[in-house]
Ligand binder design. Structure first.
Ligand code: SAM
Length: 227
């Protein structure tokens, strides 16, 4: 049956890829990528020469039509994102809905599990995460304050993604709404050379980044412990 594979790829360390993912990326007719240059680095490391095509949040309808017609022709495709698991704060969900709508059960959508920054951060956080809430990226404006109030009152651990441009501002908002003593974990540059976990009260974590401005760089997952 024609298949669209949803393939998890590394979040930094290119060795974090499954044998199954490598086989599927080799066997499919085309790999749909967010940024073809990023994915080509991964493919060339493993000497995979499958053609690539970009598909991202801004992709036009004509691109979606092209993908749908490839599936109609019986081509097997793999969807990857620049890093981690597609559709997790990454493009893909809309495409899957369109594939479902057009083909129903005639095209299989098959997930290949792989890394995700969220699970990677939680797994080494050392806190009990039997239950947690994932917030994706926090809104920049509308709804931001309401969300911080929600975080402040939450009985569950909360996790979200953050960029280097906003991490200090976000920590300051956490201090304002949750108090300086609330415990947080900031996981930075997971699986990469400068991987670090900064654990402590919000005030301590703010002080850490204020003192080490060279570490206000890279990619961040923030976990807020329960009160
Ligand atoms: N789909 C990806 C996943 O499964 O993790 C997430 C994509 S989202 C567009 C990118 C965000 O994920 C980054 O801004 C950062 O917050 C987080 N992230 C991705 N790679 C990371 C890493 N190596 N270390 C820490 N956070 C990371």
């Amino acid at each position: 049956m024609t298949t669209l594979f949803i393939v998890g790829t590394p979040i930094g360390n290119l060795e974090d890829i499954t044998l199954r993912a490598l086989r599927v990326l080799k066997e499919v007719d085309l790999v749909l990528c967010e940024d073809t240059r990023v994915t080509k680095k991964l493919l060339s490391k493993y000497e995979i020469s499958t053609p690539t095509m970009s598909y991202h949040a801004q992709s036009k309808l004509s691109k979606v039509d092209k993908i749908l017609s490839l599936l109609e022709e019986g081509k097997n495709l793999a969807l990857v994102s620049d890093a981690g698991t597609p559709c997790i704060s990454d493009p893909g969900s809309l495409l899957l809905a369109q594939v479902r709508e057009k083909f129903g059960d005639k095209v299989s959508i098959v997930p290949l599990p792989g890394p995700s920054a969220l699970v990677t951060a939680l797994s080494a956080s050392g806190i009990s995460v039997a239950e947690f809430t994932f917030l994706g990226f926090l809104p920049h404006k509308k709804g931001r304050e309401t969300l911080f109030k929600e975080i402040a009152g939450s009985a569950r651990a909360m996790a979200f993604y953050e960029s280097p441009h906003r991490i200090e501002k976000t920590l300051a908002s956490l201090e304002k709404f949750c108090g300086a003593e609330r415990r947080v974990i900031v996981a930075r540059e997971l699986t990469k050379i400068y991987e670090e976990f900064v654990r402590g009260t919000v005030a301590e974590v703010i002080a850490h980044f204020a003192k080490n401005q060279d570490r206000v760089r890279g990619e961040f997952v923030v976990i807020i412990e329960t009160k």
